[in-house]
Design a protein around this ligand. Structure first.
Ligand SMILES: O=c1ccn([C@@H]2O[C@H](COP(=O)(O)OP(=O)(O)O[C@H]3O[C@H](CO)[C@@H](O)[C@H](O)[C@H]3O)[C@@H](O)[C@H]2O)c(=O)[nH]1
Ligand SMILES: [Mn+2]
Length: 751
């Protein structure tokens, strides 16, 4: 590829000025170390709770060191996609866009259709794009919806490009209250087109909605015959070219291909990672683009320039000291987020500070969606040799790595040999490759190959994204964080208690299990090229599950001390050392609050997050450790439970948005137990005070802690009295109550 003919860079990097934050972070660290020191000095004068508190606080200190290290250099990036468009539009590389969907009930097809439409309509030469949809449910409904969607796309794509539409997912563009607005010169013409397209979308919407209500979306003959009597867990591969941009024109509509990989009960299908590898291979045969974009079905392209934004980082050295990045990750932002983030899952502050901090080390983690990968990196190449690690490109080596499809091996060799981003990766036409594509989508294809171990998306964790990104960083690659305004992609995030708890459980499970694999960041730092601070950043998330134990202990200790009336958790109130925990608490809370304010969030959002993360730590993360424990001893495998997407309508959680909901899941037991135990401690304390026990004042610190725990678990407190979904189910209350009685019995025996 030609070098830049211009001196202006495509992107700029700048480190954030964060001296004040750093100072506060160091003060907190100093206080934490003092507290640990004080605990050690006083260890012999105190009982077991003191020791346990010491262990927990040592853990929190280590966790804090990790956080400080990760946030130390925060990188701000800026891209100039217009420059790219001006200079090099003819040389732009092809991009294969992957969308995964797994269940038309949990993931409504209209959502997948919108994601696909938004991708087809992005500002990029259409003949350089291909969109592949993987359907793990092999659902005729999804296929039908896509077939209908492409008919609409033939109006939608030109409309978007003609009027430079800013949001190209029709369900967002035509929100019920939306008004036609454009800066088009001929307003009347625009208005006419707008009305027509709106009507077409309404028709598409109705068709899909009707199809959802029927047992079969349409007559399952002809093109649909593969779907008749299909069993989603036991069927052959289905690959269908829904649309081919035959004339290869840049004004057309990009290719659209439907893929349902083979499923057989006796084969493990490796969840999303398996689906991604199939898309990887099928696209390798059909279009073999050097860049692969991956989005979940619930995330649409929100910025029409998104591909160009990513290209700013992916174009190699233009003589401006630009680096080669392995992938470009857009942070996960969400649409229709509830006000003040009541569930603490919008992750804005996390992206703003930790996210930028990680970017300043080796680059962002791969987050599974909204990410542009280089195909050669996914095929195993390293930054220095640019060739697949340890193997020569002989035929045997290619076959043992990529499997026995000759066509695929040839296309892979082409990718691995290209010195720069190649243009024109494939030779055959798309429809001619369907047969070969079905073959590489079969269950047995990967057997004995490098897929999932050396190349492609990595197997072995339900957070395949983090594992895959980690493997890439371990090879020494750097990665780029792209944060344009408006955000590149917007996704949907659950707003219902049990769904969120389950999602966080899957994450903490997947993250924790990576620590026990051969790709663990610790091993990768020692034996490969993962940088130490990047390793620490990975540890911060991977240790969530383990952290739950310390969080639970810490929430129980003050109550335990009060009920047993014999030992202390905090320095006594008349000791000067009480100032240490108090100042940690105050400074830490103000520090986190300032982050929310700097990220444009409300005080309420800050508080909701403080609360929710305690709830998540003691429910999701705690159960994460259990599932990994069961896997390690060989009792069960970890599972990828697909998140149920809110479809925004007649959803009962909408009636009282943001109010916490419960179900029978055992994951609500620890939280209920913690709440009941702390309430008991407060009662016991009140009782003793009434009966005039003056020693009691010595427990003031513990009492404050108990009250804080109750406030943190206020959602559960309301759940004790709530009805229906808003109430904690009685069996959960009884089980937690029994646990409380048990702990009280231990306290009394110890007294
Ligand atoms: O067997 C499976 C399971 C899931 N998926 C797809 O994977 C995506 C993510 O699933 P979702 O249930 O939405 O999970 P989230 O927790 O929202 O996903 C986050 O976390 C995952 C890892 O746990 C990452 O893969 C995702 O990219 C990231 O957005 C969706 O498109 C699914 O259709 C499949 O294709 N096959
Ligand atoms: Mn999702």
């Amino acid at each position: 590829m030609a070098k830049a003919t211009h001196n202006l860079p495509l992107y700029e990097l700048k480190f954030r000025n964060n001296e004040i934050s750093r100072t506060i972070e160091l003060i907190i660290l100093f206080l934490l170390l003092s507290l640990v020191g004080y605990r050690i000095i006083k260890l012999k004068d105190n009982g077991y709770p003191w020791l346990l508190a010491l262990v927990c606080e040592s853990w929190f200190t280590i966790n804090w060191i990790i956080i400080v290290s990760t946030k130390w250099n925060q990188l701000i990036t800026k891209t100039y996609p217009e420059r790219l468009l001006k200079w090099r539009s003819s040389e732009l590389p092809e991009v294969d866009m992957f969308v995964t969907t797994a269940d038309p009930e949990l993931e409504p097809p209209i959502m997948t259709v919108n994601t696909v439409l938004s991708l087809l309509a992005t500002e990029y030469p259409a003949h350089k794009l291909a969109c592949y949809v993987s359907d793990d449910a092999a659902s005729p409904l999804t296929f039908y919806s896509l077939v209908e969607a492409i008919k609409f796309a033939k109006y939608w794509v030109p409309f978007c490009k003609k009027y430079n539409v800013s949001v190209r997912a029709p369900f967002r563009y035509f929100k019920p209250d939306s008004q036609p607005c454009s800066n088009a010169s001929s307003h009347d013409e625009f208005l006419q087109d707008w009305m027509k397209i709106k009507e077409e979308y309404a028709k598409l919407y109705l068709k899909i909605e009707d199809a959802c209500k029927k047992t079969e979306p349409c007559d399952l003959s002809g093109d649909y015959s593969d779907f008749s009597n299909i069993n989603r867990r036991n069927h052959k591969s289905i690959v269908k070219v829904i649309h081919e941009n035959k004339e290869a024109v840049s004004e057309g509509v990009p290719h659209l291909i439907y893929v349902a990989r083979e499923k057989r009960p006796k084969y493990s299908h490796n969840n999303k990672a398996g689906a991604m590898n199939v898309l990887n291979r099928v696209s390798g045969l059909m279009t073999n683009a050097p860049i692969m974009l991956n989005v979940d079905c619930d995330m649409y392209a929100n910025n029409p320039l998104v591909i160009l934004q990513a290209m700013c980082f992916l174009f190699s050295d233009g003589g401006n000291n630009q680096k080669d990045y392995a992938f470009v990750q857009f942070p996960q932002h969400f649409y229709d987020g509830l006000k003040d983030d009541p569930y603490g899952n919008q992750l804005k502050v996390l992206h703003e500070f930790l996210g930028r901090g990680i970017s300043g080390i080796q680059g962002p983690f791969y987050q599974g969606t909204g990410c542009f990968h280089r195909r050669n990196v996914i095929y195993g190449s390293s930054p220095d040799d640019k060739f697949i690690e340890g193997i020569q490109l002989s035929n045997e080596n290619l076959q043992s790595t990529f499997g026995n499809s000759r066509e695929l091996c040839e296309s892979a060799a082409k990718v691995l040999q290209a010195k720069e981003l190649m243009v024109g990766g494939s030779t055959s036409t798309i429809t001619n490759s369907v047969e070969a594509a079905c073959q590489v989508a079969n269950c047995a294809y990967e057997f004995g190959t490098g897929w999932g171990r050396k190349v492609g998306w990595m197997y072995g964790s339900v957070t395949e994204d983090i594992l895959t990104g980690l493997t890439i960083h371990a090879r020494g690659w750097e990665t780029a964080y792209c944060t344009p305004d408006p955000p590149g992609f917007l996704g949907c995030t659950p707003s219902n208690g049990p769904v969120i708890i389950l999602q966080f459980k899957r994450w903490s499970t997947g993250l924790f299990e990576i620590l026990f694999s051969s790709k663990s960041p610790l091993i990768s730092t020692l034996t490969k090229k993962l940088r130490l601070r990047q390793c620490l950043a990975y540890l911060w998330i991977q240790l969530w599950a383990l952290r739950s134990i310390f969080e639970v202990c810490y929430a129980i200790l003050p109550a335990y001390c009060i009920i047993s009336n014999s030992s202390h958790f905090l320095p006594k109130i008349n000791e000067p050392a009480t100032m240490i925990p108090i100042s940690i608490m105050v400074i830490y809370k103000l520090y986190t609050l300032s982050e929310y304010i700097r990220a444009g969030q409300s005080i309420r959002a800050w508080w909701n997050n403080q609360r929710m993360w305690k709830v998540l730590a003691t429910s999701s993360w705690l159960f994460g450790i259990l599932s990994v424990g069961l896997k390690v001893v060989g009792l069960s495998e970890t599972a990828f439970e697909v998140t149920k997407k809110d479809n925004g309508e007649n959803d009962e959680s909408n009636s009282d948005k943001g109010r916490f909901t419960f179900d029978e899941s055992p994951m609500f037991i620890p939280g209920t137990f913690i709440l009941l135990l702390n309430l008991t401690a407060l009662l016991v304390f009140a009782f003793r005070t009434i009966y005039g026990n003056h020693e009691n004042m010595m427990y003031l610190g513990e009492i404050i802690c108990c009250k804080m725990v109750v406030i943190y678990f206020w959602a559960f407190f309301k759940g004790l009295f709530g009805r229906g979904n808003y109430g904690i189910p009685l069996p959960t209350i009884i089980k937690s109550g029994t646990l409380v009685l048990f702990v009280c019995a231990i306290c009394i025996r110890g007294e």
